[in-house]
Design a protein around this ligand. Structure first.
Ligand code: SF4
Length: 763
C-alpha cells in the first residue's frame, strides 16, 4: 500500500527563526524520529523496522559510520538514523507514471527536499537522446546502452566510476574489480570531498590513513578534543559515548566556530535524566575558534608543550616514545618554538588565556584523543592542520596507547570500507599486485581521477561516461554551475540509486537510473538470502542483513548490478565468474580475504557477534609503515585563511534535518531555524560593522583569486553566535559558491569550509 508523497514543494515562505538550543536530543529527538518514521512507513512498518537498526542480526544504519558497543540497546539508533531508515524503507513509490508526468526539466526545478520525498525508485529508467522524459527500460537494454557507450570510448580513462559511501564492501570490491578489469583507475568517491585530507596526513605521519581509536578508548581517555565536528547532527550516537566518558571522569574540550547544541549538553533519551532532567553537560571547555584557525591552535599547543618541557625537563614530553618511535622531532620543535603569538591569536581569534587554559589540560592528559570532521578537512591547509594535530599527539606519545589517538569521524556508513575495498583513484602497487594474483588479469597502474579532477575531465570533454554507484554527485560537489554543465557534456550518465535526487535531473546526452535495494531490504540471490558487510569509523567490520521485502520486484542489488554490467561490458568470455560471485556473496568475501590484508577467515568471523576489528599497526604495536618506518613529526608552513575587510569567511554546514545532501526536512531546530533553508548565520558585531540588519535578505557572493565571482541569491540573515568574521550556511545551496579550483593542497578536497564572501542586498 503506497503512501502518498507531498505534491507541493515548500520553499522558505514559512521560514521562522527562534533562539538556538544549548542541548541535543531529548524528547524532541524521539518525537521527531517517530513522526518521520510513521509519515514514511506507517505505524506497523515503523514498529517492525526501527528496532532492527544496528542490531547484530539486523541491518546497519545507512546514516553515518558511528560504531556500536558489543552490548546493544533495544533502540540502537538516533533521530537522524531513524530519518535515514524511514526515507529508505518508505512506502512511497516512484513508478514509470511519475516520470511520464514530470519532465527532466521540471524535476530540475524542484528542490532536493521535494525530490527526496517522492519515495523509492521502482523501475529502471532511460532518458533517450533528445527526449524530455525518462521512460522505463529493461535491465538488459540498460546494460546494453552502458556497454555500447563504454566499448565506444577511445580509452577506458574516458569513463568515470564514482562511489558514494553507502555501498557495501562486497559491492565495492566487485565494482573496483570490474572497473579495473575494464582498464581504468578512475574511481573517485565521496571520501575525496570529506576525509581525504585526513587520509593524506595520517598516511604520511602514522602510515595508516584511518583512526586509531576504538569506542572503548573514549572511556579510557583523560581528555577528548572534539574539533571541527558537530556530532549532535552528524554522528548523534557519539553523544552517548561522550556522556559515558564524562561520567567516567573524562574531560572534553570542544573547538568550533559555532556553539553547537550537541557539543554543550546531551539529553540522552535512553536515560531518565535525558528524558525528564537537564541531561549531561558535555564540553567542559568550548573554544569558539575562527574558521580555519585550528592549525594555529595546535601549533600553539605544541609550542607550549615544548616550553613547558624546557622549563621542567622530563616532565611533559614522552621522551621514550619520541626517541624510540618518532622521526623529525628536532625540526618540528625548532619551528614550533619560533611561531609568534600575534599570528596565533589573529588566526584563532582566541585569547592567550583561553589557549593557555586549554593547553594545561592537554599537558596534563596521560591519554589524549583528538576527534575531528569536516571543520578540519575542507580547507586549503587541511593536510598541514591534521599534521599539526598529529605533532601534538606525538609529543605526548598519544598513539598506540589505550585511551589515546587519532579519531577522524567518518560521515558515511561505509565510506571507510569502500576505500579498504579498493575504491581509490590512487591504489597502492601492493593492492594491484594482489588483484593481479587473484584474478590473473593486468591491472591499470596509472593513477585515476579523483572527484574534482573528474569534473574537470568532463568539463573539458576528456571524460564521456559518468557512472555513479549511489550518491547525489551534483549536490555533493562544489561549483554547482560548472559541475552540472560538465555532466551535461557527457554521452551518458548512469545513477544507481534508491531514491530520486538532483543528479537525476542533470543528465548526459543519454541517462539511466538503475534502482537498487536498500540496506533494510532482503537481498536474495541464487544461493539464498545474502548478508553484506560494512566497516565503521573505528575499523570494525560487521554484517548487515535486510529484512523488508524489496520496494519493487524489479530492483537489483548493487552486487547484481555490477555483475551483470561487467558481463555486458567485458563479454561472455571474460574469465571472472561474475554470475557465480553474485550468486553467493561468501565467494566475494573469499576473494576479499585473499586480496585485502586483515580479512582472514572473513566469512566465519563476520558471522560471530559484532564482527571484527581490522588491524591498525600504529595502534596495535606502535609500528609505523611510513617512509621513515617511524611516526613522522612534520614541519608545516603557518597558514590561516585571509579575509579582506568587509568580507566574511563562510563555512558550509548541514542543518539538523539533513544527512549529507539528503534533506529530511526544513527544520534546524538546534539552531532555531524552522521551515526554511536559505539562511546565513552571521555574528551580530559583524552585522553592525557591515551595516546589515538581522533578517535582511542578501545574496552571498564568493570572490575567487582569479577574479571570478559566484552568487547564491536570496538568503535571510540570522544574527547568530558565530566566531567573529565567520559565517555559516547550508549546503548544497551554497556549494555554488565554492570554485572548482579551490581545493586543499595535497588532498584536492574542495574548501567548502572556507569561502570568502560578501553579503549584498538581495534583488
Ligand atoms: S549515529 Fe549514525 S549510524 Fe548511528 S543511528 Fe545515528 S545516523 Fe545511524
Amino acid at each position: 500500500m503506497a503512501r502518498k508523497a507531498p505534491t507541493t514543494d515548500p520553499g522558505d515562505e514559512n521560514l521562522s527563526v527562534g533562539p538556538a538550543k544549548d542541548w541535543a536530543a531529548g524528547i524532541p529527538g524521539v518525537t521527531v524520529a517517530l513522526r518521520d518514521a510513521v509519515r514514511q512507513m506507517g505505524v506497523k512498518r515503523s514498529a517492525q523496522t526501527l528496532p532492527r537498526i544496528n542490531q547484530k542480526r539486523g541491518f546497519d544504519c545507512p546514516g553515518c559510520a558511528w560504531p556500536e558497543e558489543d552490548k546493544r540497546h533495544i533502540a540502537e539508533f538516533c533521530e537522524n538514523g531513524a530519518k535515514a531508515v524511514a526515507e529508505e524503507a518508505t512506502l512511497r513509490r516512484i513508478t514509470p507514471e511519475f516520470f511520464a508526468e514530470h519532465s527532466v526539466a521540471e524535476l530540475g526545478e524542484r528542490s532536493g527536499y521535494w525530490l527526496g520525498q517522492q519515495g523509492r525508485l521502482t523501475t529502471p529508467m532511460v532518458l533517450d537522446e533528445g527526449a524530455t522524459h525518462y521512460r522505463p527500460v529493461s535491465w538488459d537494454e540498460a546494460f546494453g546502452v552502458i556497454a555500447e557507450e563504454l566499448r565506444g570510448l577511445d580509452s577506458p580513462d574516458e569513463a568515470v566510476f564514482y562511489t558514494s559511501g553507502r555501498t557495501s564492501n562486497e559491492a565495492a570490491f566487485l565494482y573496483q574489480t570490474f572497473v579495473r578489469a575494464f582498464g581504468t583507475n578512475n574511481l573517485p568517491d565521496c571520501s575525496n570531498m570529506c576525509h581525504e585530507s585526513s587520509g593524506s596526513a595520517l598516511t604520511e605521519t602514522l602510515g595508516v590513513g584511518k583512526g586509531s581509536v576504538s569506542l572503548a578508548d573514549l572511556g579510557k581517555a583523560d581528555l577528548i578534543l572534539v574539533v571541527g565536528q558537530n556530532p549532535g547532527t552528524n554522528h548523534p550516537r557519539m553523544l552517548a559515548a561522550l556522556e559515558k566518558a564524562k561520567r567516567g571522569g573524562v574531560k572534553i574540550t570542544a573547538v568550533n566556530p559555532l556553539p553547537e547544541a550537541g557539543l554543550l549538553r546531551f539529553k540522552n533519551p535512553q536515560n531518565p535524566s535525558g528524558l525528564a532532567g537537564r541531561g549531561t553537560p558535555l564540553a567542559d571547555r568550548f573554544l569558539q575558534i575562527k574558521v580555519g584557525g585550528d592549525l594555529a591552535l595546535f601549533r600553539a599547543f605544541g609550542k607550549l608543550l615544548l616550553e613547558a618541557e624546557d622549563a621542567a625537563p622530563g616532565t611533559v614530553l614522552d621522551r621514550e616514545f619520541i626517541d624510540t618511535y618518532a622521526h623529525g622531532f628536532q625540526d618540528y620543535a625548532a619551528q614550533a618554538r619560533t611561531t609568534g603569538w600575534p599570528e596565533i591569536l589573529a588566526a584563532t581569534g582566541l585569547s592567550r588565556a583561553q589557549i593557555q587554559a586549554a593547553f594545561e589540560e592537554v599537558r596534563d592528559a596521560e591519554r589524549l584523543i583528538v576527534c575531528w570532521a569536516m571543520g578540519l578537512t575542507q580547507h586549503k591547509h587541511a593536510v598541514p592542520t591534521i599534521r599539526e594535530v598529529v605533532n601534538v599527539l606525538l609529543l605526548g606519545g598519544h598513539v598506540g596507547r589505550p585511551g589515546a589517538g587519532v579519531c577522524p569521524v567518518r560521515g558515511h556508513s561505509n565510506v571507510q570500507g569502500d576505500r579498504t575495498m579498493g575504491i581509490y583513484e590512487k591504489p597502492k602497487a601492493a593492492f594491484l599486485d594482489a588483484m593481479e594474483a587473484e584474478f590473473g588479469l593486468p591491472m591499470p597502474r596509472e593513477h585515476g581521477l579523483d572527484t574534482v579532477d573528474a569534473i574537470r575531465a568532463m568539463r573539458d570533454g576528456r571524460a564521456k561516461v559518468f557512472f555513479a554507484m549511489g550518491g547525489n554527485f551534483v549536490a555533493a560537489t562544489p561549483d554547482t554551475g560548472v559541475t552540472e554543465a560538465a555532466l551535461r557534456t557527457t554521452a551518458l550518465t548512469v545513477q544507481v540509486s534508491t531514491k530520486l535526487n538532483r543528479s537525476h535531473a542533470v543528465p548526459g546526452r543519454r541517462a539511466l537510473i538503475l534502482p537498487t535495494l536498500g540496506r533494510t531490504e532482503v537481498d536474495r540471490q541464487l544461493s539464498g538470502e545474502q548478508l553484506v558487510t560494512v566497516e565503521d569509523s573505528m575499523g570494525l567490520v560487521h554484517a548487515s542483513r535486510g529484512r523488508l521485502a524489496p520496494a519493487s520486484e524489479a530492483l537489483l542489488s548493487e552486487v547484481a548490478i555490477v555483475a551483470r554490467l561487467a558481463r555486458a561490458v567485458l563479454g561472455a568470455e571474460h574469465p571472472v565468474p561474475w554470475e557465480e560471485l553474485a550468486a553467493d556473496y561468501d565467494r566475494i568475501r573469499d576473494r576479499i580475504e585473499r586480496v585485502v590484508p586483515g580479512f582472514d577467515d572473513f566469512n566465519i568471523r563476520v558471522r560471530r557477534g559484532s564482527g571484527f576489528a581490522l588491524p591498525h599497526a600504529p595502534r596495535d604495536s606502535r609500528t609505523f609503515p611510513t617512509a621513515t618506518g617511524k611516526a613522522n613529526f612534520t614541519v608545516n608552513a603557518f597558514e590561516a585563511p585571509h579575509v579582506p575587510p568587509g568580507r566574511l569567511l563562510l563555512q558550509t554546514v548541514r542543518s539538523h534535518d539533513q544527512y549529507n545532501t539528503t534533506i529530511y526536512g526544513l527544520d534546524d531546530r538546534y539552531r532555531g531555524v524552522h521551515a526554511g533553508r536559505r539562511v546565513v548565520f552571521v555574528n551580530p558585531e559583524d552585522l553592525k560593522t557591515l551595516g546589515i540588519e538581522d533578517a535582511a535578505l542578501v545574496d552571498l557572493v564568493s570572490e575567487w583569486t582569479d577574479g571570478t565571482e559566484r552568487r547564491a541569491p536570496g538568503f535571510r540573515v540570522v544574527s547568530y553566535d558565530t566566531a567573529r568574521g565567520c559565517a555559516a550556511a547550508y549546503f548544497p545551496e551554497t556549494n555554488v559558491l565554492v570554485p572548482l579550483d579551490s581545493t586543499a593542497d595535497i588532498s584536492n578536497t574542495p574548501t567548502s569550509k572556507a569561502i570568502v564572501v560578501r553579503l549584498e542586498a538581495a534583488g
